[in-house]
Design a protein around this ligand. Structure first.
Ligand code: HSE
Length: 412
């Protein structure tokens, strides 16, 4: 009998157990041996739970049980989960996870430990929830030079932005609803400020370009500063505002990675990705543009990817799957995003905003002004031409002497 342990019986942990047990017979057939979940480890009690007989409180029971081949780490965070994952891998037990924080912080190291102990560390669920993206990037697209990966990688913020745009819901109510539906992280700051999406783009970039990209070196800004006025201006100019993570190769073997809200043209498929859905666009030199779309968060969609990884580990017991990247401690590996060319949506406030128009045109050259119904006289919104962000900032610094720069959002 091939046995599985689950550590952490929260939203995704319980979804994983439910899905695995629902399909246990079929999973056993796929693996070619009888498989089951032996233990679920959690410090809490779950009286009346259908799998109460499998619950244990001591992690060492799983660690020391020779029958356990694979463990689903569903604890989250990068402290206890890190310690447990290392111990399990060192014992030759494969570990699967949806824990993007841990993979983004210690992926290269944990993969290396797994290889050294003839087991696997898999994390399909860490990016895009139920969307297959890690395997396609690692296998099906491996014959390409990856030109760019960009995507909507956080279900909570996409859900919030959609509710704000389509149902005029205020930010707090939309966030509360996302939390009730189990999309948001325990601390929603990680979602709202883009840290969660940042971890995910770092994982994709590490895999695509072969070296660990650490989130602390990646510029990241979230959606908390987006106002209904910005949404309206964007709409009028033919754009939707989305939180986008991007990674692409840069000069001298570096990568350029950034997470920020962006104005996405309505004709771009990413603009119509709504609610909790995620979408990841991968551009390869051979394949062109490929779009991966699906539920990026939630109990069963995420469990779907976790159970897929469990099955893969069970099928490849004592066989190392080729999925890895090198560690990289050079903080200059991530290029300076300010040197990248971009167009910027800018909203300014000034007592006599109209009078600034000629100065603005002189600074930026050809630009596009945007209107909204009831625009106050002291407000102007425009989209700059394509230029380095450094140059845009120099112009805005001059403009800030005579106006307030109320919003600044990059275009995709
Ligand atoms: N909080 C995350 C999100 C969960 O909203 O996308 C899935 O990683």
């Amino acid at each position: 009998m091939s046995m599985v342990g689950v550590i952490g019986y929260g939203v995704v942990g319980s979804g994983t157990v439910e899905l695995f047990e629902k399909h246990r017979e079929e999973i056993s057939k796929k693996v070619g041996r009888k498989c089951d979940i032996k233990y679920i480890c959690d410090l809490r009690d779950f009286p009346g739970d259908p799998f109460e007989d499998k619950l244990v409180k001591d992690f060492n029971i799983i660690l020391n049980d020779e029958d356990i081949e694979v463990v689903a780490e569903m604890i989250g965070g990068a402290t206890l989960a890190y310690e447990y994952t290392k111990k399990l891998l060192e014992r030759g037990k494969s570990v699967v996870t949806s824990n993007k924080e841990l993979v983004a912080a210690h992926g290269a190291e944990l993969i290396a430990i797994a290889r050294a102990h003839n087991c696997n560390y898999l994390f399909e669920a860490s990016v895009g929830g139920g969307i297959p993206i890690i395997r396609p990037l690692n296998k099906c697209l491996a014959g390409n030079e990856i030109k760019q990966i960009s995507g909507i990688l956080n279900g909570t913020t996409n859900f919030i932005l959609t509710k704000m745009i389509k149902e005029q819901m205020d930010f707090d109510s939309a966030l509360k609803l996302a939390q009730e539906l189990g999309y948001a992280e325990q601390d929603p700051t990680a979602d709202i400020e883009g840290h969660d999406a940042c971890r995910k783009i770092c994982i994709l970039g590490s895999l695509a370009f072969g070296k660990q990209i650490y989130p602390e070196y990646v510029h990241c800004s979230g959606i908390s500063g987006i106002t209904p006025d910005d949404v309206e201006y964007a709409e009028n100019a033919g754009y939707a505002i989305k939180l986008i993570g991007t990674v692409k190769p840069a000069e001298n073997g570096k990568v350029l990675a950034i997470v920020c809200p962006r104005l996405v043209e309505k004709s771009n498929l990413l603009a119509s990705v709504d609610d909790v859905y995620n979408a990841i666009s991968v551009v390869g030199d051979g394949v062109g543009d490929v779009l991966f779309y699906g539920r990026g968060a939630g109990r069963l969609p995420t469990a779907s990817a976790v159970v897929g990884d469990i099955i893969d580990c069970l099928k490849h017991h004592h066989k190392v799957l080729a999925l890895s990247w090198e560690d990289c401690f050079d903080k200059d590996y991530v290029a300076d995003y300010k040197k990248d060319q971009v167009s910027m949506y800018v909203r300014i406030k000034a007592e006599d905003a109209q009078a600034l128009k000629s100065a603005i045109s002189e600074m930026f050259g050809k630009l596009m002004y945007i209107e909204r119904a009831g625009r106050p006289d002291n407000e102007l919104a425009f989209i700059t031409p394509h230029m380095t962000e450094e140059d845009i900032d120099l112009n805005l610094a001059i403009l800030s002497h005579s106006s307030e720069i109320a919003s600044k959002i990059r275009l995709l």
